[in-house]
Design a binder for this molecule. Structure first.
Ligand code: PLP
Length: 385
């Protein structure tokens, strides 16, 4: 295998920044107190947790008391969805069929408890239909929660969250946004964008795995999902993971301090990849809106590759053997040998050919892209459709 793996799977996870590892090491060595202890070491840990909360809130334009630490994005999604039904009287959920499983599985479970679920229609290439959202919101007096992701993890489509938030406000609906793929990658101002809940995850923005947060707008009284202690102001029991929380805040500091520069770099890599692959592999098809920067995240390109369908599994394997890491859609699904539910949903009539997701980072080089495309081209030439 290539000594320096070429990593194009940043939508699955990212490497922790060296500075993040440093602050976590420092925290582990010097501040091992339990944040709930009243002595000096406990207070030191508590201060680190609260500093992290303040700094995350500042980057997002919200109040520190609106940030609740969780073990991951999945937990934040599950908490918001389940608790909005249980504690806020939500009777109906409007969502899309191309959300992450973290949302879909909870919605599915809630639908079995008499919660009405409406799925949004799409315009071309998986773009959600705002006109349909408006119609659905106008069509019922039931207390409604809209759950839509900011950036789709498989195809990179960007949802117009300001317009969605405005529509929800107009119709007294609540809006939960799974922002796991966008936090740290796109600017967001929760003072402006009037969404009610948001889920985020540190490992998607160069923080550690196993930590994330939920934003719960002040005034919404969600009760905890995990009981057994007064941590997180009584909303999530369990001793706080001070190390991971500190690392997450550091990662977000770095991301926001360099946001526009970082975005330019990622976009350049994405554009280069798109332009070069069009030349290298005629017949390539781009899934979702990745050719339109205004409707797509900077980091994701999802393609259909003209090789024999039977070669779908082989494609990733051969790339991996050559030290190139990408994925088939979502990381949680990529072990499964079935076509992506996202692609099936938005392109129901089409032959989906083997598809791959490439997700970029500012740390990728143009040479890596060239090397990857040479390998991909040679696999395609050896296995024509
Ligand atoms: N939501 C989206 C859009 C994601 O991409 C992911 C991770 O792939 C998750 C939720 C789950 O986040 P976590 O891995 O922190 O549980």
């Amino acid at each position: 295998m290539n000594q320096n793996p070429i990593y194009f799977d940043h939508a699955a996870t990212t490497f922790p920044y060296p500075e993040v590892i440093d602050v976590m090491k420092e925290q582990l060595a010097t501040a091992y107190g339990n944040p709930s202890s009243s002595h000096a070491l406990g207070r030191k840990s508590k201060a680190l947790v609260e500093k992290a909360r303040r700094s995350i809130a500042q980057h997002l334009g919200c109040q520190a008391k609106e940030i609740f630490f969780t073990s991951c994005g999945t937990e934040a999604d599950a908490w918001v969805l389940q608790a909005a039904v249980r504690d806020l009287g939500v009777q109906r959920i409007i969502t899309s069929s191309i959300e992450h499983q973290a949302v879909l599985a909870n919605v599915e479970q809630l639908s079995k408890q008499n919660i009405k679920v409406d799925h949004l229609k799409y315009e071309i290439d998986g773009e959600i239909s705002l006109a349909h959202l408006k119609k659905l919101l106008e069509g019922s007096d039931q207390k409604t929660l809209v759950s839509l992701m900011h950036v789709n993890n498989e195809i990179g489509n960007l949802s117009p969250i300001d317009e969605i938030a405005d529509l929800c406000q107009e119709h007294q609906a609540l809006f939960h946004c799974d922002a796991v793929q966008s936090i740290g990658k796109l600017p967001i101002d929760l003072g402006q964008t009037q969404l009610d809940f948001l889920a985020a995850s540190a490992h998607k923005f160069h923080g550690p795995k196993g930590v994330g947060f939920a934003f719960i707008r002040e005034g919404h009284q969600l009760q905890p999902m995990i009981l057994g202690g007064e941590q997180e102001r009584g909303k999530r029991a369990g001793t706080e993971n001070v190390t991971l929380i500190t690392g997450m805040a550091k990662a977000l500091d770095i991301k926001f301090d360099n946001l526009s520069e970082d975005r330019q770099k990622v976009l350049k890599r994405k554009h280069y990849f798109i332009n070069q692959i069009k030349k290298a592999i005629p017949g390539i098809i781009f899934n979702g809106n990745c050719l339109d920067d205004t409707k797509s995240a900077d980091h994701i390109v999802n393609i259909r590759i003209p090789v024999k369908e039977t070669q779908e599994g082989m494609l990733l394997f051969k790339m991996d053997l050559n030290g190139i890491m990408s994925s088939r859609g979502s990381a949680c699904q990529s072990g499964a040998q079935t076509t992506s539910y996202v692609l099936k949903e938005i392109y129901p009539q089409e032959d989906l050919l083997p598809n791959l997701r490439f997700s970029f980072d500012a740390s990728n080089t143009f040479e890596e892209i060239d090397h990857c495309l040479r390998e991909l081209k040679s696999i395609v030439e050896q296995n024509p459709v």
